[in-house]
Design a binder for this molecule. Structure first.
Ligand code: SIN
Length: 195
């Protein structure tokens, strides 16, 4: 799949004639909310896990030195918590631009904290996109992240801000928190101590 998913997302027409749609955010969409929305609330999706397996050429890395950002991996029985936003349909043009490096809009069934459900959309970067990096250990991912940055900032800030936002939502994510632990250790080892 092409490196730029804007056209593909536009032509998918998953919005139908709906004026507003629930968007499930599980990565930077949770803590970097630079788009208009009508309402937001915690939500989760079943059968998926958040993983730092997607490459970033345009936000937290470059084509020559990609960063690592999150995507969703299908895992029966797992629950991925995040934040859902009710957005007006035209906002997806802006979101498509932001998520253009490999993410496609897919239909997503989400559950809110009160037990109610909604079918909305989420951005998913599948294994067949050109920026996909795939599985690595949490330590390897942490090392990779510590060496990457792009136009949106350092790759480590992406992870640390996500970890913070997940904690604020009361969510546990072993994968993210383990990478965070390694990153903080690496940063401690590489930051010169003052005497
Ligand atoms: C998301 O946050 O839902 C998608 C991935 C990202 O933009 O970090």
């Amino acid at each position: 799949m092409s490196m730029n998913t804007i056209e593909e997302n536009r032509s998918r027409n998953l919005l139908g004639d709906r004026d507003e749609v629930w968007l499930f955010g599980y990565g930077s969409l949770i803590y970097l909310v630079d788009f208009p929305y009508l309402e937001s609330k915690p939500a989760s999706i079943e059968g998926w896990s958040r993983r730092f397996w997607q490459g970033s050429h345009d936000h937290r890395g470059t084509v020559e030195n990609p960063g690592r950002v999150v995507t969703l991996i299908e895992q029966p029985g797992e629950i991925c918590g995040g934040l859902a936003f009710r957005v007006e349909a035209p906002v997806f043009a802006q979101l498509d631009e932001r998520e253009k490096n490999g993410y496609l809009r897919v239909a997503s069934e989400m559950t809110f904290d009160d037990g109610s459900n909604a079918t909305g959309l989420t951005y998913l970067a599948s294994a067949d996109n050109e920026a996909y990096l795939g599985e690595a250990s949490e330590y390897e991912i942490a090392q990779h992240i510590c060496g990457a940055q792009g136009p949106s900032g350092t790759n480590s800030d992406y992870l640390l801000e996500l970890a913070l936002a997940l904690r604020e939502l009361g969510l546990q994510d072993d994968h993210v928190f383990e990478i965070e632990r390694h990153i903080l250790q690496i940063q401690e080892q590489t930051t010169p101590t003052s005497r």
